[in-house]
Design a protein around this ligand. Structure first.
Ligand SMILES: Cc1cc2nc3c(=O)[nH]c(=O)nc-3n(C[C@H](O)[C@H](O)[C@H](O)COP(=O)(O)OP(=O)(O)OC[C@H]3O[C@@H](n4cnc5c(N)ncnc54)[C@H](O)[C@@H]3O)c2cc1C
Length: 250
């Protein structure tokens, strides 16, 4: 009797856990994912702030699953499912592919949400992928480099003001790392530009709907970081379609 064919879409945590657990069963498993690595998303903020390189948070999926002999990993973009005929349509470059399955697991993750403000994406990248992290890293480093080239304190302050929208774990961790980078810049005794930056230029902005107490808690946490005084936390009720910054400054 033919072995049961399991197709898993994605190579994130969901896909990996499913593959590892099912690999002990008498089945063949095919992973189809648009990236050939397994991204450890919780460490993306460290890539965005130059603490880690992208390879350190995104090991090759085949390497991760190398001991599971009944798992095959394929790189491709899944474009559709035929549930009646139990097939997955996917593409690698220009090559269209169709793979049959007995059991299908879709672990394709979640996308960035701007809560109705998708036009923000151009100016404020999300932090879901390696590409997002590298984009944020480039923008932060470019801001520091540009600050090195100017004597104008207002321009330095503008360049070295980082606004983080959202004060969940990712927002707070990202803000903390920005603050750390500012701390290093401030500590350079003879530095140009960034080295002369006003310690008050780093700000955090949290329009996530927290109460003033919650904002104060976030501010307290951040003030325990390395550059106290370089942080401002704002809170306001979220307004869809609005970019206004709000009240409750801590
Ligand atoms: C910045 C950040 C920090 C986080 N920190 C924490 C934390 O500290 N603690 C915690 O518990 N959780 C944390 N999370 C949440 C956690 O990382 C996610 O819940 C988890 O990664 C989701 O796993 P997943 O497998 O469902 O999706 P993902 O990891 O997003 O994987 C989705 C997979 O599907 C693939 N894919 C998507 N569409 C297609 C397609 N059409 N064709 C082929 N492949 C496709 C992608 O390439 C990817 O491999 C964090 C998330 C982020 C973004």
């Amino acid at each position: 009797m033919a072995r049961r064919q399991v197709v898993i879409v994605g190579s994130g945590f969901g896909a990996l856990f499913a593959a590892r657990n099912l690999s002990r069963s008498d089945v063949d498993i095919t992973i189809i994912s648009k990236t050939n690595n397994h991204l450890f998303q919780p460490l993306l903020y460290q890539v965005a702030t130059s603490i880690l390189s992208e390879g350190e948070v995104a090991p090759c999926t085949r390497e991760v699953l190398r001991w599971h002999k009944n798992v095959t990993v394929l790189l491709g973009l899944v474009e559709g499912f035929d549930l009646a005929n139990k097939t997955v349509s996917w593409r690698y470059l220009n090559e269209e592919q169709v793979t049959s399955y007995d059991t299908l697991i879709v672990a394709a993750g979640a996308g960035q949400s701007y809560f109705g403000n998708d036009h923000f994406a151009e100016h404020a990248p999300g932090l879901k992928t390696v590409d997002d992290a590298l984009e944020i890293r480039a923008r932060i480093l470019q801001a520091f480099e540009a600050a090195e080239l100017t004597e104008d304190p207002e321009k330095i302050a503008r360049l070295l003001t980082f606004v983080v929208v959202g004060a969940g774990p990712t927002g707070v961790e990202l803000a903390e790392r920005c603050e750390w980078a500012l701390e290093i810049a401030h500590s350079r005794p003879h530095g140009r530009g960034a080295g002369r930056a006003d310690p008050g230029v780093g700000r955090r902005h949290d329009p996530s709907g927290f109460s003033s107490n919650r904002s104060q808690a976030v501010a307290n946490h951040l003030d325990g970081c390395r550059a106290p005084g370089a942080a401002t936390v704002w809170a306001e009720a979220r307004q869809e379609g609005s970019a206004e910054v709000g009240t409750n400054r801590c």
